[in-house]
Ligand binder design. Structure first.
Ligand SMILES: [Zn+2]
Length: 177
């Protein structure tokens, strides 16, 4: 049974997608997706990160749970972007001593960084940065699948997960998977 306040909210919106993107001020989700009020449920944070299930309570995890379990969104889009400062920081974690919360948050991109460096060890800095942007989107989709409601709804075909990279300079979306 849904709690009354959740019932009221779920009657008030029926978004097409949960859109997870970076806090970067150059990104405008409604412009990227050509959507208006009521169409997107949005999570924004540094690096468009979704911590894996079991890593503690947080705003991103709660919003995923609410969007999938209560609002029953049929789509989740993880949208990374080129020139992402969070991903640049993930490539140079030693420079983050003065911002310990950023450092801890960016650790959720560490599996993606290791994957890029294992698969493509000889990239120049710009290509490595770009590769991490893409791999991080894949990583966050993998993290989403660890969440029980996401796993259950995707298993029965009621939820579709997509990865995008928004090219800031070209102003267009590239599909990742
Ligand atoms: Zn970013």
């Amino acid at each position: 049974m849904k709690l009354p306040q959740f019932e009221a909210m779920s009657q008030g919106q029926s978004p097409e997608a949960l859109f997870i993107t970076c806090s970067d001020s150059r990104l405008m989700p409604s412009r990227i997706t050509q959507t208006g009020p009521g169409e997107l449920f949005v999570i924004r944070n540094a690096g468009n990160i979704v911590p894996p299930y079991g890593s503690g309570v947080g705003g991103a995890i709660a919003a995923v749970e609410y969007a999938v379990a209560v609002l029953e969104v049929p789509n989740i889009i993880v949208c990374g972007h080129t020139l992402c400062g969070a991903m640049k920081a993930a490539l140079q974690p030693d420079g983050l001593e003065t911002v310990p919360h950023v450092r801890d948050w960016i650790k959720f991109a560490e599996p993606a960084r290791l994957t890029v460096d294992e698969l493509r060890p000889n990239l120049d800095p710009a290509a490595r940065w770009r590769a991490l942007v893409e791999q991080n989107v894949c990583q966050q989709i993998a993290n989403l699948k660890t969440h029980p409601w996401v796993a259950a709804r995707t298993a029965v075909g009621r939820l579709r997960l997509q990865g995008w990279v928004y090219d800031l300079e070209a102003g267009r979306v590239l599909g990742v998977r």
